[in-house]
Ligand binder design. Structure first.
Ligand code: ADP
Ligand code: MG
Length: 403
């Protein structure tokens, strides 16, 4: 895989470089114009863009935001991202009004050395995420025509076989950006002979999303701590009533088998914060997991669970944490995530936080980012990497670049 430094050594002055970045930031839509509630992904993209500018490249950035339905939708415009990127770079970053159409072509032609242009949300083109190679190829042709070289720095999207991630790399000489290189370096340390004890903490909402990674990690970890919405399918598998908590009934058997295989390596909550409704002003009480009332839902792990998880984390030398322990977006259900986040931050060895919501939780709950070994920008991508799956966006970078 060619690195950004290889590309810089070759010289990028005056060359048009298409950078696929992951700028998929959370937006607060409660104000008239949407406000970026966490700009971590934009900041993580700066080193690559800045290095290319310093080398005199004409930088064309492609990115997605949210899940528009394959057509332009002002709600999902990258306009707020262009503004923030410009602020952070200290330069004006114009936004093309299309992805790879007339306006993009005109604005690329107007770029000077060291300038930066952001293309509009690539998912405004249905072809971006199409399963049809020819449809993606047509978009990739138009994207490739905007540049001389392609740099993939969108670690959060490398598990997607999308036009701007995969197909365009088949059409241009390419290199991996700094963020992709850093992420790979850390994930390699997690998968190659991690220092023990190796503890993985998983939370978040859907157990079905994370069963594959649990299967893959179970033989490798010393402890797997399970919190978040997904713990209730495991608790149900142990025979507990879970009230109206999140439950994936069709996964209960799988969870029961995993628990049997894992022995004491899977650690589940001992208490939860049970609420009368999914709301910040619900009635709440802390209950043991064998006493969740039928009409209550567990929206966070309880304080004794934080202690139990904290003890496991206290002795760990390698930790990977993905998925909040509770509905941290609502104040009454933040304590579990905050407690576990603090315990992960205190780990003496390598601590890695992966996942968009987990990383956002670390920042919005006011924890010190510097206390973690690494905060990954990619949730799905890091999980698939840890599962040992081939990631299309990385595989294509490893192939020889087109001349
Ligand atoms: P990440 O983005 O870090 O990979 P996920 O997307 O898997 O994490 O999960 C994050 C979501 O899980 C959050 O929006 C959070 O509110 C939700 N969540 C956590 N615990 C619960 C719970 N007990 N019930 C419902 N949702 C939960
Ligand atoms: Mg998420």
């Amino acid at each position: 895989m060619r690195s950004l430094d290889d590309l810089l050594a070759e010289g990028v002055s005056g060359r048009r470089v298409l950078v696929r970045a992951d700028l998929n930031v959370p937006l607060d839509r409660s104000t008239p114009s949407p406000r970026i509630s966490d700009d971590g992904r934009i900041r993580a993209s700066l080193p690559t863009v800045q290095a290319l500018r310093n080398g005199g490249a004409r930088v064309v950035v492609a990115a997605h935001l949210g899940r528009p339905k394959g057509a332009p939708d002002p709600q999902f415009s990258l306009a707020p991202v262009a503004a923030r990127l410009g602020e952070l770079l200290g330069t004006d970053v114009p936004l093309a009004s299309d992805v790879a159409g007339d306006d993009a072509r005109a604005k690329v032609a107007a770029l000077g050395d060291g300038d930066v242009l952001l293309l509009e949300n690539v998912r405004f083109e249905a072809a971006e995420t199409s399963k049809d190679d020819a449809e993606r190829g047509e978009l990739a042709d138009r994207l490739a025509a905007l540049a001389d070289v392609y740099v993939d720095d969108a670690f959060g999207a490398v598990h997607r076989k999308h036009a701007s991630v995969y197909d365009v790399a088949l059409r241009l000489p390419h290199a991996a950006g700094r963020l992709v290189a850093t992420e790979l370096d850390v994930l390699t340390r997690l998968t190659t002979d991690p220092e023990r004890p190796y503890v993985v903490v998983l939370g978040g909402s859907k157990v079905s999303d994370k069963l594959a990674v649990i299967e893959a990690l179970l033989p490798k970890v010393d402890r797997l701590l399970v919190g978040g919405g997904m713990c209730f399918t495991f608790l149900a598998a142990q025979g507990h009533g879970v009230g109206s908590s999140l439950l994936e009934a069709d996964q209960v058997d799988t969870c029961r088998r995993l628990l049997a295989e894992a022995g004491n390596r899977i650690v589940l909550p001992v208490d939860v914060v049970a609420a009368s409704a999914f709301s910040a002003d619900a009635e709440v009480s802390v209950v043991d997991v064998d006493a969740i009332p039928d009409d209550r839902m567990g929206l966070d792990v309880g304080p004794r669970t934080v202690e139990v998880f904290g003890r496991e984390l206290g002795g760990a030398r390698t930790v990977f944490w993905n998925g909040p322990m509770g509905v941290f977006e609502l104040v009454p259900f933040q304590a579990g995530t905050r407690g576990v986040a603090a315990a992960v931050a205190a780990v003496a060895g390598l601590s890695v936080v992966g996942g968009g919501d987990s990383a956002a939780a670390v920042r919005t709950l006011g924890l010190d980012e510097a206390a973690y070994g690494h905060i990954s920008t990619g949730g799905g991508a890091s999980l698939e990497y840890l599962e040992g799956r081939e990631l299309p966006g990385l595989a294509v970078l490893a192939q020889d670049g087109a001349a």
